[in-house]
Design a protein around this ligand. Structure first.
Ligand SMILES: Nc1ncnc2c1ncn2[C@@H]1O[C@H](COP(=O)(O)OP(=O)(O)O)[C@@H](O)[C@H]1O
Ligand SMILES: [Mg+2]
Length: 217
């Protein structure tokens, strides 16, 4: 059974103006997926459906065979789905470790050694203790992206969603970030779904879905 399955999914912000239509995708554990499409194609909208933040206006999304809409959203977000937003949504005046700690605490699970766990997560994405103690404001784009990944991982999700994860990064950093996503899928069995307009992201993914813009009727 697939981790996530889309059955004829459609979405419209306003009645009669569909942004997404007839999507039949499936996503499995252990793979990196790229959903590509140009600006305005509906990529961010689709991620918000996959995360359960928004409900489709047509069709169904199934997680492990069960309708995502019937699941408790808070549980989904605190246990199963880790999201990396395009703008990271980190707290800029806190340091990297504190950002990850906040998310560990917010998950509601009882945790011992929250600090140690945050540092281990940051180390796993290539941020050492010195960088972990630096305010987000003073980190590079690539480093902030790593903090956002560590934060998403803090809930030990089966599914990782990322919006334009290589958006403003140079080629080398892009490759490094993609290598992290590939390791999470191939070695840790996560289902990684990236949406992007970048051909490089598509090239490095295991499977690619193309989101064509809908023709205006
Ligand atoms: N909150 C919203 N209300 C109405 N229309 C929206 C909203 N968010 C996005 N859209 C429209 O939906 C379409 C898809 O947007 P989006 O999912 O952000 O595309 P992408 O991420 O591929 O650039 C665009 O035409 C956009 O203007
Ligand atoms: Mg977008």
């Amino acid at each position: 059974m697939s981790t996530l399955t889309l059955e004829n999914v459609a979405f419209a912000y306003e009645k009669g103006r569909k942004v997404l239509q007839d999507l039949n995708y499936s996503f499995d554990a252990g793979k990196v997926y790229a959903i590509v499409g140009r600006s305005g194609a509906g990529k961010t909208t689709l991620l918000s459906l996959l995360s359960g933040l928004t409900s489709p206006t047509g069709g169904k999304i199934l997680r492990e065979g069960h309708d995502l809409q019937a699941e408790d959203r808070a549980t989904l977000r605190s246990r199963h789905v880790g999201i990396i937003f395009q703008s990271f949504n980190l707290l800029p005046h806190l340091n990297a470790r504190e950002n990850v700690e906040l998310s560990i605490r917010a998950s509601g699970k009882k945790q011992r050694d929250v600090k140690g766990r945050a540092l281990a997560l940051l180390a796993s994405v290539g941020l050492d203790t010195a960088l972990a103690e630096r305010r987000v404001l003073k980190l590079s784009g690539g480093e902030q992206q790593r903090v956002a990944i560590a934060r998403a991982l803090s809930i030990a999700p089966e599914i990782i969603l990322a919006d334009e994860p290589t958006g403003n990064l140079d080629l080398t950093t892009q490759d490094e970030i993609m290598t992290i996503f590939k390791r999470l899928a191939h070695e840790e069995g996560k289902c990684v779904i990236l949406v992007s307009h970048s051909p490089d992201v598509a090239r490095m993914a295991d499977e690619v879905y193309e989101l064509a813009p809908l023709r205006k009727k």
